[in-house]
Design a protein around this ligand. Structure first.
Ligand SMILES: Cc1ncc(C[n+]2csc(CCOP(=O)(O)OP(=O)(O)O)c2C)c(N)n1
Ligand SMILES: [Mg+2]
Length: 305
């Protein structure tokens, strides 16, 4: 069989010398994203690690226009950018938001919901690294259960489950939404292509490896991302108008501990006295996966676009 080369960068749109940490998911994600979206793209950036990585003008990392905006309002800013481009007749120009989980699950949620409900012609990309990494690893509502951050150090680890952002987004009846992983590049690139080709409000949520925040060696980023998918901690799926479709079915049943044990942020789950907590994470993950399968099988859920 001839191996597919669909994971290779074809039109590099990123200058060398990015200011990211080693092993950062943001950089690899944006290389692939920009390769597919091309130079006729305006990127709208709320505050996140990528605001720093992309660099202040004139040292931008991307060969495209970048609009830096306030933390809470990227979808509102992007709405304005879209309207201005449309008015100039530039309907083919892509408007893409690059946001972190803090800017999406928490502070930008209202603006996100508004733009999604209005059906703005915008691509929203969220790099979910599970905390406010740029300002020093504070808990967000995307932080996984059991993780240590700098804001829950007093109570040792996070004791609530992350928000179901994809469920919230599905409820907006979008034409395209999907999760993706840097360890599954062909799948991720296909999803970016689909999102680019779809008109209306689209959202991609990428699992964001972060060595300093998750506490592992930079060389392990892709391996940890792959384990997140194989253990079903980060399932890969698409949602089109509330219809779910699983994109990757793990062949083997890999326990969540296989992914969590590499990450220092989960150290509390591996204390002998905390075995029930680790079991709890496994049960919750199994339940979420079963629910996803049920959502996929649900008939008659498709809504008219
Ligand atoms: C209103 C407001 N509050 C706080 C900040 C400080 N701030 C800048 S980036 C950031 C963290 C962003 O976290 P996230 O969205 O998850 O992106 P990441 O840095 O993890 O990529 C914070 C708190 C800000 N810029 N504006
Ligand atoms: Mg984050």
């Amino acid at each position: 069989m001839i191996p597919s080369m669909d994971f290779l960068i074809k039109n590099e749109q990123v200058f060398s010398g990015a200011q990211s940490c080693r092993g950062c998911g943001w950089s690899l994600l944006v290389r692939h994203l920009a390769d597919i979206l091309g130079p006729d793209t305006v990127y709208v950036l709320p505050a996140s690690c990528f605001s720093i990585i992309s660099g202040p003008y004139p040292m931008s990392e991307l060969k495209a226009s970048i609009v830096h905006t306030v933390f809470a309002a990227a979808p509102a800013t992007a709405t304005g950018v879209r309207a201005a481009l449309d008015r100039e007749g530039k309907k083919a120009t892509t408007v893409a938001i690059l946001a972190g989980d803090g800017g999406t699950f928490d502070i930008g949620l209202q603006a996100l919901s508004g733009a999604a409900a209005r059906g703005e012609n915008i691509l929203y990309v969220v790099n979910n690294n599970g905390a406010y990494m740029n300002t020093g690893i504070q808990t967000s509502t995307a932080t996984p259960y059991g993780a240590v951050t700098t804001t829950n150090a007093g109570e040792d680890y996070k004791k609530t489950w992350p928000k179901d952002l994809m469920g919230i987004i599905a409820a907006h009846n979008l034409p395209y939404a999907a999760t993706a992983s840097l360890a599954f590049l062909e799948d991720m690139r296909q999803k970016i292509q689909k999102a680019k080709a779809t008109e209306g409000f689209r959202l991609l949520m990428i699992d964001g490896p972060c060595p300093p925040g998750h506490k592992y060696e930079p060389s392990q980023s892709i391996q940890v991302s792959r384990l997140a998918v194989e253990t079903k901690l980060f399932p890969l799926f698409e949602v089109v108008r509330q219809r779910y479709k699983i994109s990757y079915w793990p062949q083997k049943s890999v326990p969540v501990a296989e992914c969590l044990k590499h990450q220092g942020r989960f150290k509390f789950l591996f204390l002998p006295e905390n075995k029930p907590l680790l079991d709890h994470v496994q049960e919750h993950t199994d339940e979420t996966w079963t629910r996803l399968i049920k959502l996929e099988k649900m008939e008659g859920m498709e809504l008219v676009g």
